[in-house]
Design a protein around this ligand. Sequence first.
Ligand code: NAD
Length: 245
Amino acid sequence: MVMKRKVALVTGAATGIGASLASALAEAGLRVFGADIAWDPATESKSYEQVHCDVADAKSVQECVDRIEEEAGGVDVLVNNAAMATELSPRPFDQLTPEEWTRVLTVNTLSQFLCCKAVVPHMRRKRWGRIINLTSATVFAGTPYMLHYIASKGAIVAMTRSLGAELGPDGITVNAIAPGLTETAGIQRNDAYSDEMKAGVIASRAIARAERAEDLVGTCLFLAGEGARFITGQIVVVDGGATFH
Ligand SMILES: NC(=O)c1ccc[n+]([C@@H]2O[C@H](COP(=O)([O-])OP(=O)(O)OC[C@H]3O[C@@H](n4cnc5c(N)ncnc54)[C@H](O)[C@@H]3O)[C@@H](O)[C@H]2O)c1
């Protein structure tokens, strides 16, 4: 079970998977801060606090974590979820520009490094911490036409393993969740998400239905809780049985 009185920071919590995970952690009794650059007053959540934070910017991340330290004593559970994902359109790799490549890698991968760096001093002092990174099952499927995105998510697999090894002696676990294609509002807005694509994705699964953000909640709560204390550096694929990793 997730421990009460812990403090969580969920990045990219304004919508989609991040919003579901932040709500679930709050419901489980944690004090939750959501960090995002795009809060929508219309979807304001009552269950977690909203912080404006650009996770790709070191100063912004440090200010966010400092504020949480002041208000709540520090981040015990970090969910590195923010990413450029649903707004990306599949394209052949040679049509991507170096600028697009750098931006996606910065927002998706540098951000997780920055957030880990900012929260780990508090976790080390407490000798307890949980870091949960969002990667993607696409890394294991060899999905084409998203090379910058796949590279960023592949890096997160490597970072999860390496940081898990590095932080184990401090009582901090580092694990990742690898969702399959998840029908968030962002995915539904993406022009590439056609009925044909949806049918193909569903047909590829042992559990043949669309994946929803709520399908990721149980894994996140488990990894954040005491029951997962001896699990680190692992990638949990949650995709209805399409990818066997
Ligand atoms: N939806 C899927 O099919 C799917 C599949 C596999 C993995 N994932 C991963 O799950 C995570 C969430 O996906 P989603 O579908 O909810 O995405 P989404 O696009 O719906 O939400 C992403 C959130 O991150 C925020 N964000 C983007 N850049 C930011 C920045 N610089 N600073 C702060 N916040 C920023 C956005 O404002 C948004 O609220 C991502 O890491 C994504 O790669 C998603």
